[in-house]
Design a protein around this ligand. Structure first.
Ligand code: C5P
Length: 228
């Protein structure tokens, strides 16, 4: 497929704060449309995991940017969200580990890493279309995307959803701690100098606080139909 073909493929960007349900919504929408999926958070997590495996530190910007060059990542829209594969192997569990989360939020602040990941993220743009979720999909990575959604929800509701998910997995969780972690992460993501989590000027802001997952998916599909 030529790159001009890729460039003409429609992109739906879904940005928003942590825990807004971007992964589940993106997977549901990608499945219904038969489009490809890109979980850009997993891209940062994969670089973080490689850095940890290879002993590269969070302030070695040049080596981290080098690591970004040979990441063989792929995604699949599954029932439970977007499944991530590295060198063909499923890596969801590894990428969700706490040490990887912490490392990914550090390396996501580095301009050389963000720049090194631009082409990789754009290479997922393919016919018949791409659903790309993250923080800066509509503002930086795919500024020309014809459909942009900024998915939000109150901190309380996002903490509630995460609490239920973790409880279902049998984890021991503290609601107040989850709530405060989310609040702190929101502030860091919104106020960071590079690629802050803010809606693109042409994004539809969707507040999912009182909506079910299916309602959000239907709403996003109706936005796609209006624009493509
Ligand atoms: O969304 P997720 O928690 O998987 O993202 C992992 C890390 O990568 C977070 O620290 C987030 O701020 C960062 N990230 C980013 N830009 C994106 C997607 C995620 O900086 N487009």
């Amino acid at each position: 497929m030529t790159s001009s073909n890729n460039k003409s493929a429609p992109v739906l960007t879904i940005d928003g704060p942590s825990g807004a349900g971007k992964g589940a919504v993106s997977a549901g929408v990608a499945r219904r449309l038969g489009w490809f999926a890109l979980d850009s958070g997993a891209v940062y997590r994969a670089v973080a995991a490689s850095a940890l495996d290879q002993g590269v530190s969070a302030d070695d910007e040049d080596s981290l940017a080098d690591l970004c060059q040979d990441l063989a990542l792929s995604f699949e829209a599954a029932d439970t969200g977007i499944a991530v594969f590295l060198d063909g192997q499923p890596v969801d569990d590894r990428l969700r580990q706490e040490e990887v989360s912490v490392m990914s939020s550090k390396i996501a602040l580095l301009p050389a890493v963000r720049a090194a990941l631009l082409d990789l993220q754009r290479s997922f743009r393919r016919q018949p279309g791409l659903v790309a979720d993250g923080r800066d999909m509509g503002t930086v990575v795919f500024p020309d995307a014809p459909i942009k959604v900024f998915l939000d929800a109150s901190v309380k509701e996002r903490a509630n959803r995460r609490y239920k998910q973790l409880k279902e997995k049998g984890k021991d969780v503290n609601f107040l701690r989850l709530f405060r972690d989310l609040e702190a992460r929101d502030r860091r993501d919104r106020e960071r100098p590079v690629s802050p989590t803010v809606p693109a000027a042409d994004a539809v802001v969707l507040d999912s606080t009182t909506m079910t997952l299916d309602e959000v998916i239907d709403k996003v599909l109706s936005i796609v139909r209006q624009r493509v």
